[in-house]
Ligand binder design. Structure first.
Ligand SMILES: Nc1ncnc2c1ncn2[C@@H]1O[C@H](COP(=O)(O)OP(=O)(O)OP(=O)(O)O)[C@@H](O)[C@H]1O
Ligand SMILES: [Mg+2]
Length: 232
Protein backbone atom coordinates (compact mmCIF):
# COMPACT_ATOMS: atom_id res chain seq x y z
CA UNK A 1 0.00 0.00 0.00
CA UNK A 2 1.41 3.42 -0.88
CA UNK A 3 0.95 6.29 1.55
CA UNK A 4 -0.27 9.51 -0.01
CA UNK A 5 1.63 12.65 0.99
CA UNK A 6 -0.24 15.02 3.29
CA UNK A 7 -0.21 17.67 0.57
CA UNK A 8 0.01 16.89 -3.13
CA UNK A 9 -0.06 19.67 -5.70
CA UNK A 10 -0.02 18.93 -9.42
CA UNK A 11 0.20 21.30 -12.35
CA UNK A 12 -1.04 24.24 -10.31
CA UNK A 13 -1.67 27.21 -12.59
CA UNK A 14 -3.05 30.59 -11.63
CA UNK A 15 -3.82 33.49 -13.95
CA UNK A 16 -5.49 36.61 -12.66
CA UNK A 17 -7.71 38.57 -15.02
CA UNK A 18 -6.13 41.91 -15.93
CA UNK A 19 -7.56 45.19 -17.23
CA UNK A 20 -9.75 44.91 -20.33
CA UNK A 21 -7.72 44.41 -23.49
CA UNK A 22 -4.59 43.17 -21.68
CA UNK A 23 -3.67 39.51 -21.20
CA UNK A 24 -4.24 37.85 -17.81
CA UNK A 25 -1.43 37.98 -15.25
CA UNK A 26 0.15 34.51 -15.13
CA UNK A 27 1.43 33.88 -11.60
CA UNK A 28 1.75 30.10 -11.19
CA UNK A 29 2.47 27.90 -14.16
CA UNK A 30 2.19 24.13 -13.71
CA UNK A 31 3.64 24.06 -10.19
CA UNK A 32 4.16 20.68 -8.48
CA UNK A 33 4.76 20.15 -4.76
CA UNK A 34 4.54 17.33 -2.24
CA UNK A 35 4.76 17.73 1.51
CA UNK A 36 4.86 14.66 3.73
CA UNK A 37 3.28 14.48 7.18
CA UNK A 38 5.48 16.22 9.73
CA UNK A 39 7.81 17.71 7.11
CA UNK A 40 8.90 21.36 7.20
CA UNK A 41 9.49 23.42 4.06
CA UNK A 42 10.53 27.04 3.52
CA UNK A 43 9.40 28.84 0.38
CA UNK A 44 11.44 31.81 -0.76
CA UNK A 45 11.20 33.93 -3.89
CA UNK A 46 11.14 37.50 -5.11
CA UNK A 47 8.29 39.86 -4.28
CA UNK A 48 5.41 39.30 -6.67
CA UNK A 49 6.52 35.76 -7.58
CA UNK A 50 3.26 34.30 -6.25
CA UNK A 51 4.12 33.00 -2.76
CA UNK A 52 0.99 34.36 -1.07
CA UNK A 53 -1.12 33.28 -4.03
CA UNK A 54 0.26 29.75 -3.63
CA UNK A 55 -0.59 29.59 0.10
CA UNK A 56 -4.10 30.89 -0.57
CA UNK A 57 -4.60 28.20 -3.23
CA UNK A 58 -3.31 25.50 -0.86
CA UNK A 59 -5.78 26.63 1.79
CA UNK A 60 -8.64 26.63 -0.73
CA UNK A 61 -9.11 30.38 -0.26
CA UNK A 62 -8.63 30.80 -4.03
CA UNK A 63 -9.58 28.45 -6.87
CA UNK A 64 -6.80 27.71 -9.37
CA UNK A 65 -7.09 28.28 -13.13
CA UNK A 66 -5.85 24.70 -13.61
CA UNK A 67 -4.18 21.91 -11.67
CA UNK A 68 -5.08 20.18 -8.44
CA UNK A 69 -4.48 20.36 -4.70
CA UNK A 70 -5.02 17.25 -2.56
CA UNK A 71 -4.90 17.85 1.17
CA UNK A 72 -5.18 14.96 3.62
CA UNK A 73 -6.55 12.82 0.79
CA UNK A 74 -9.24 15.30 -0.30
CA UNK A 75 -9.30 16.99 -3.71
CA UNK A 76 -10.06 20.63 -2.84
CA UNK A 77 -11.83 21.15 -6.19
CA UNK A 78 -14.43 18.52 -5.27
CA UNK A 79 -15.41 20.15 -1.97
CA UNK A 80 -18.30 22.54 -1.38
CA UNK A 81 -17.65 25.81 0.46
CA UNK A 82 -18.81 24.16 3.70
CA UNK A 83 -16.68 21.08 3.04
CA UNK A 84 -13.65 23.28 2.45
CA UNK A 85 -14.28 25.25 5.63
CA UNK A 86 -14.53 22.02 7.63
CA UNK A 87 -11.34 20.62 6.09
CA UNK A 88 -9.48 23.88 6.78
CA UNK A 89 -10.68 23.90 10.36
CA UNK A 90 -9.70 20.28 11.02
CA UNK A 91 -6.48 20.10 9.04
CA UNK A 92 -4.93 23.53 8.54
CA UNK A 93 -3.47 26.32 10.63
CA UNK A 94 -2.81 29.60 8.82
CA UNK A 95 -0.44 32.29 10.13
CA UNK A 96 -0.92 35.51 8.19
CA UNK A 97 1.82 38.06 7.64
CA UNK A 98 -0.28 40.61 9.49
CA UNK A 99 -1.57 38.67 12.46
CA UNK A 100 -5.33 39.41 11.86
CA UNK A 101 -6.22 39.15 15.55
CA UNK A 102 -9.68 40.41 16.54
CA UNK A 103 -9.09 43.78 18.25
CA UNK A 104 -12.04 43.50 20.67
CA UNK A 105 -11.00 40.04 21.96
CA UNK A 106 -8.34 39.11 24.50
CA UNK A 107 -5.34 36.93 23.67
CA UNK A 108 -7.06 33.84 25.08
CA UNK A 109 -10.30 34.57 23.19
CA UNK A 110 -8.37 35.16 19.97
CA UNK A 111 -6.46 31.90 20.14
CA UNK A 112 -9.73 30.06 20.82
CA UNK A 113 -11.51 31.47 17.72
CA UNK A 114 -10.83 28.34 15.58
CA UNK A 115 -12.54 26.22 18.24
CA UNK A 116 -15.85 28.07 17.81
CA UNK A 117 -16.63 27.17 14.19
CA UNK A 118 -17.12 23.41 14.51
CA UNK A 119 -17.79 20.98 17.35
CA UNK A 120 -14.63 20.05 19.26
CA UNK A 121 -13.48 19.14 22.74
CA UNK A 122 -13.76 22.66 24.17
CA UNK A 123 -12.27 21.86 27.57
CA UNK A 124 -9.29 20.20 25.86
CA UNK A 125 -8.92 23.16 23.49
CA UNK A 126 -8.91 25.58 26.42
CA UNK A 127 -6.23 23.54 28.17
CA UNK A 128 -4.19 23.38 24.99
CA UNK A 129 -4.62 27.14 24.37
CA UNK A 130 -3.40 28.00 27.86
CA UNK A 131 -0.46 25.62 27.59
CA UNK A 132 0.56 26.93 24.15
CA UNK A 133 0.27 30.55 25.33
CA UNK A 134 2.51 29.67 28.25
CA UNK A 135 5.04 28.11 25.88
CA UNK A 136 4.84 31.17 23.65
CA UNK A 137 5.65 33.47 26.57
CA UNK A 138 2.10 34.85 26.66
CA UNK A 139 1.07 33.26 29.95
CA UNK A 140 0.74 36.62 31.70
CA UNK A 141 -0.88 38.31 28.70
CA UNK A 142 -4.01 36.13 28.37
CA UNK A 143 -6.37 38.98 29.23
CA UNK A 144 -4.66 41.58 27.03
CA UNK A 145 -6.26 42.87 23.84
CA UNK A 146 -4.05 43.03 20.72
CA UNK A 147 -3.61 46.81 21.03
CA UNK A 148 -1.96 46.22 24.42
CA UNK A 149 0.64 43.79 22.97
CA UNK A 150 3.97 44.30 21.23
CA UNK A 151 4.27 43.31 17.55
CA UNK A 152 6.14 40.14 18.50
CA UNK A 153 3.54 39.19 21.11
CA UNK A 154 0.72 39.66 18.57
CA UNK A 155 2.50 37.43 16.11
CA UNK A 156 3.10 34.80 18.82
CA UNK A 157 -0.63 34.87 19.58
CA UNK A 158 -1.31 34.33 15.85
CA UNK A 159 1.03 31.31 15.90
CA UNK A 160 -0.77 29.85 18.92
CA UNK A 161 -4.15 30.39 17.22
CA UNK A 162 -2.91 28.47 14.16
CA UNK A 163 -1.77 25.54 16.33
CA UNK A 164 -4.59 25.29 18.86
CA UNK A 165 -6.62 22.65 17.00
CA UNK A 166 -3.50 20.55 16.35
CA UNK A 167 -3.52 20.98 12.55
CA UNK A 168 -1.70 18.49 10.38
CA UNK A 169 -0.34 21.33 8.22
CA UNK A 170 0.58 24.88 9.19
CA UNK A 171 0.77 27.44 6.37
CA UNK A 172 2.65 30.58 7.37
CA UNK A 173 2.93 33.62 5.11
CA UNK A 174 6.02 35.59 6.13
CA UNK A 175 5.13 35.17 9.80
CA UNK A 176 8.20 37.16 10.83
CA UNK A 177 7.95 39.77 8.07
CA UNK A 178 7.13 42.79 10.19
CA UNK A 179 9.40 41.93 13.13
CA UNK A 180 12.95 42.83 14.12
CA UNK A 181 15.64 40.14 14.01
CA UNK A 182 15.29 39.12 17.68
CA UNK A 183 11.52 38.71 17.50
CA UNK A 184 11.75 36.98 14.10
CA UNK A 185 14.13 34.48 15.67
CA UNK A 186 11.72 33.86 18.56
CA UNK A 187 8.75 33.29 16.21
CA UNK A 188 10.87 30.97 14.06
CA UNK A 189 11.83 28.96 17.14
CA UNK A 190 8.23 28.77 18.28
CA UNK A 191 6.79 27.68 14.95
CA UNK A 192 9.47 25.09 14.32
CA UNK A 193 9.49 23.70 17.89
CA UNK A 194 5.73 23.59 18.48
CA UNK A 195 5.07 22.24 15.00
CA UNK A 196 7.65 19.49 15.49
CA UNK A 197 6.40 18.53 18.96
CA UNK A 198 2.84 18.29 17.72
CA UNK A 199 3.78 16.44 14.55
CA UNK A 200 2.48 19.20 12.26
CA UNK A 201 3.95 19.76 8.82
CA UNK A 202 4.99 23.36 8.20
CA UNK A 203 5.10 25.31 4.94
CA UNK A 204 6.43 28.79 5.57
CA UNK A 205 6.99 31.62 3.13
CA UNK A 206 9.89 33.55 4.56
CA UNK A 207 12.69 35.95 3.77
CA UNK A 208 14.23 35.31 7.19
CA UNK A 209 17.32 33.08 7.02
CA UNK A 210 16.80 32.36 10.74
CA UNK A 211 13.47 30.67 9.98
CA UNK A 212 14.49 29.01 6.69
CA UNK A 213 17.50 27.40 8.46
CA UNK A 214 15.21 25.67 10.94
CA UNK A 215 13.13 24.00 8.24
CA UNK A 216 13.94 20.75 6.49
CA UNK A 217 13.85 21.97 2.86
CA UNK A 218 14.10 25.31 1.10
CA UNK A 219 12.28 25.77 -2.22
CA UNK A 220 12.38 28.84 -4.42
CA UNK A 221 9.37 30.09 -6.39
CA UNK A 222 10.43 31.48 -9.73
CA UNK A 223 8.61 31.87 -13.02
CA UNK A 224 5.58 30.11 -11.59
CA UNK A 225 7.29 26.93 -10.40
CA UNK A 226 9.20 25.65 -7.39
CA UNK A 227 12.83 24.58 -7.54
CA UNK A 228 15.65 24.03 -5.06
CA UNK A 229 16.28 27.19 -3.02
CA UNK A 230 19.53 29.01 -3.62
CA UNK A 231 19.07 31.67 -0.96
CA UNK A 232 16.71 32.45 1.90
N1 LIG B 1 -6.50 39.34 -6.95
C1 LIG B 1 -5.52 39.61 -7.82
N2 LIG B 1 -5.80 40.12 -9.05
C2 LIG B 1 -4.83 40.36 -9.95
N3 LIG B 1 -3.51 40.12 -9.73
C3 LIG B 1 -3.17 39.63 -8.52
C4 LIG B 1 -4.15 39.34 -7.52
N4 LIG B 1 -3.50 38.84 -6.43
C5 LIG B 1 -2.19 38.82 -6.76
N5 LIG B 1 -1.99 39.29 -8.01
C6 LIG B 1 -0.71 39.40 -8.70
O1 LIG B 1 -0.05 38.17 -8.58
C7 LIG B 1 1.34 38.35 -8.38
C8 LIG B 1 1.80 37.54 -7.20
O2 LIG B 1 1.26 38.09 -6.00
P1 LIG B 1 1.58 37.49 -4.57
O3 LIG B 1 0.90 38.34 -3.57
O4 LIG B 1 1.24 36.05 -4.59
O5 LIG B 1 3.17 37.67 -4.52
P2 LIG B 1 4.21 37.34 -3.34
O6 LIG B 1 5.25 36.43 -3.89
O7 LIG B 1 3.47 36.90 -2.13
O8 LIG B 1 4.87 38.77 -3.10
P3 LIG B 1 5.41 39.46 -1.73
O9 LIG B 1 6.76 38.83 -1.45
O10 LIG B 1 5.55 40.90 -2.13
O11 LIG B 1 4.38 39.23 -0.66
C9 LIG B 1 1.57 39.85 -8.24
O12 LIG B 1 2.13 40.32 -9.43
C10 LIG B 1 0.20 40.41 -8.02
O13 LIG B 1 0.05 41.67 -8.61
MG1 LIG C 1 3.16 37.72 -0.21
Amino acid sequence: MTTLPLLQVQGLTMRFPAAAGTPPVAVLDGLDLEVAAGESVAIVGPSGSGKSTLLHLLAGLLRPTAGSVHLAGADLAQLSADGLAALRNRTLGFVFQEHHLLPQCTVLENVLVPTLAFPCDRAGALRSARELCERAGLGDRLGHRPAMLSGGERQRAAVVRALVLEPRLVLADEPTGSLDAGNAEAIGDLLAALGRERGAALLAVTHAPALARRLGRVLELRHGRLGPGTSA
